[in-house]
Design a protein around this ligand. Structure first.
Ligand SMILES: *[C@@H]1O[C@H](CO)[C@@H](O)[C@H](O)[C@H]1NC(C)=O
Ligand SMILES: *[C@@H]1O[C@H](CO)[C@@H](O)[C@H](O)[C@H]1NC(C)=O
Length: 373
C-alpha cells in the first residue's frame, strides 16, 4: 500500500466501496453460517481461545463473542454443526447491515448444504433489516427450530416481496426480545416464516398486545407457550390470544403469567375461540375461590388436562371443568384431602407436596415431593 494522497475520484470511491462490501459480506455470511465457499481463504489457525467450540461429533457448536473485539471468523467452524448457538456478548450487529442487501439466491446452494436444524441467537442488538435478511437466507436451509434470546431488535424493515420466503420452522422460541415496532412485531416476523409453525414460545416479552388485524392465522400451531411473562395478566392474555388466529391450538402454557382467577382465564379462552385440550396455569398465585358474582364460564369442550401446581391454593378451586383426564394440584397449600364432591371427574390426580400429605394421617402412597417452599 502506498501513502499517496487520497484520490477522491468517484471511480476509486466506488471501487473502495466494493472492496469494503467484499470484506463485510463474508463476516455477515459466516455469522449466519452461510458462506462455506469463503472458508478456504480463512484457514489460518488461531492459537488464542476461540469464541466458538465445535464438539467432536460435529453436532453442536457454541460461540460466545463476548470479548471486546471478538474474532467473528471463528464462526466458520460451526458450519458443519446441526445445533448452533451464537451469543453476541451484547454487541451491536449493525456492522453487518450493509450485507443484508445481498440477494440470497447467490448462495442458495450453499445454504441448502448446511446441516443446521436448531439455531439459537442471543445477547445482541440487531437491526430488523438484518434479522429478516437472515431469515430470508435461511429460507433455503432446513432449519427447524429457531431460538432468539436477549435480543434488542432495532429499526424497522420492509415486508417481504414474496409470500413467506423464510424457513419452514416447526418451533420458534423467543425470550427477552424487544422490538422497535412494538405490538406489530409478531405479524412482521410471521411474514418471514412459512406457515409450518407447531410450537411458539414467547417469554419475558415487553409486549404481547399483538396487532390482531395484521396477524395471519397460524394454521398448524399446536403449542402456544406464554409462560414467564409476569406482567401478562388475564387482560393481557385476552389481548395476546387474537381471535381465530390459533385454530389448531392444543396445548396452552401460561406458567408464571400473573393469572389470578380461573374464570378470567376461561373468559379469555372463550373470547379467542381457542380449544386447547391442555392448559398449564402453574406458578400463578390463583385466588382460592371463584367470584360468585361472575357467572361460571364454559370451558373449552376439549380441555382434558389442567395443571395448577405451585398456585398457592388453600382449597380446590371452584369452577373447574366438570371432567378431566389430568388434574395437577401438586405443591399447593391444601391442608386436608379434597372431598370427592370438590373435585371434577378425573382419571389422573396429582396432589404431591401439599401439607395434608405430611400429617401422617394420610393413607395415600404419594411421596412428599420437594416443592421448594
Ligand atoms: C459468554 O462469556 C462471558 C465471559 O466469559 C460470560 O460471562 C457469559 O455468561 C457467556 N455467555 C454464555 C451465553 O455462555
Ligand atoms: C434482556 O435483554 C437485554 C438485551 O436486549 C439485556 O440487556 C438484559 O440483561 C436481558 N434481561 C434479562 C433478564 O436477561
Amino acid at each position: 500500500m502506498s501513502d499517496m494522497a487520497v484520490d477522491t475520484s468517484p471511480e476509486i470511491n466506488t471501487k473502495d466501496l466494493r472492496e469494503k462490501k467484499k470484506e463485510v459480506s463474508p463476516r455477515l455470511l459466516l455469522l449466519l453460517l452461510l458462506s462455506p465457499l469463503l472458508c478456504a481463504s480463512q484457514a489460518t489457525p488461531k492459537p488464542e481461545l476461540e469464541p466458538c467450540e465445535l464438539d467432536d461429533e460435529d453436532y453442536r457448536c457454541t460461540c460466545n463473542f463476548s470479548a471486546p473485539e471478538p474474532d467473528w471468523s471463528s464462526g466458520y467452524q460451526c458450519m458443519a454443526a446441526v445445533e448452533v448457538e451464537i451469543y453476541g456478548g451484547g454487541h451491536s450487529l449493525e456492522m453487518f447491515l450493509e450485507s443484508a442487501d445481498i440477494d440470497p439466491r447467490q448462495y442458495a446452494d450453499m445454504v441448502k448444504a448446511l446441516r443446521v436444524r436448531r439455531l439459537t441467537v442471543g445477547a445482541a442488538r440487531v437491526p430488523a433489516r438484518l434479522l429478516f435478511a437472515v431469515l430470508r437466507a435461511l429460507g433455503y436451509s432446513r432449519l427447524k427450530e429457531l431460538t432468539l434470546e436477549d435480543l434488542e431488535v432495532t429499526g424497522t424493515s420492509l415486508p417481504p416481496l414474496l409470500e413467506a420466503p423464510g424457513p419452514a420452522l416447526s418451533a420458534l422460541r423467543l425470550r427477552n426480545v424487544s422490538w422497535a415496532t412494538g405490538g406489530a412485531w409478531l405479524a412482521e416476523l410471521q411474514q418471514w416464516l412459512k406457515p409450518s409453525l407447531k410450537v411458539l414460545s414467547i417469554a419475558q416479552a415487553p409486549s404481547l398486545a399483538f396487532s390482531c388485524e395484521q396477524l395471519r392465522s397460524f394454521p398448524t400451531l399446536t403449542t402456544l407457550d406464554l409462560s414467564d411473562n409476569p406482567g401478562l395478566g388475564e387482560r393481557g392474555l385476552a389481548a395476546a390470544l387474537c381471535p381465530h388466529k390459533f385454530p389448531a391450538l392444543q396445548d396452552l402454557r401460561l406458567r408464571n403469567a400473573r393469572m389470578e382467577t380461573l374464570t378470567g382465564v376461561c373468559v379469555a379462552l372463550a373470547a379467542a375461540a381457542v380449544q386447547p385440550n391442555s392448559l398449564d396455569l402453574s406458578q400463578n398465585a390463583l385466588l382460592d375461590t371463584a367470584n360468585p358474582s361472575v357467572p361460571g364460564c364454559i370451558w373449552p369442550s376439549a380441555l382434558n388436562s389442567l395443571r395448577l401446581s405451585f398456585a398457592g391454593l388453600g382449597q380446590v378451586p371452584k369452577g373447574l371443568p366438570a371432567k378431566l383426564s389430568v388434574l395437577d394440584l401438586s405443591c399447593n397449600r391444601l391442608n386436608r384431602a379434597p372431598q370427592p364432591d370438590e373435585l371434577p371427574q378425573v382419571e389422573s390426580l396429582t396432589l404431591d407436596g401439599n401439607p395434608f400429605l405430611n400429617s401422617g394421617a394420610s393413607k395415600r402412597h404419594e411421596s412428599p415431593k420437594n416443592c421448594g417452599h
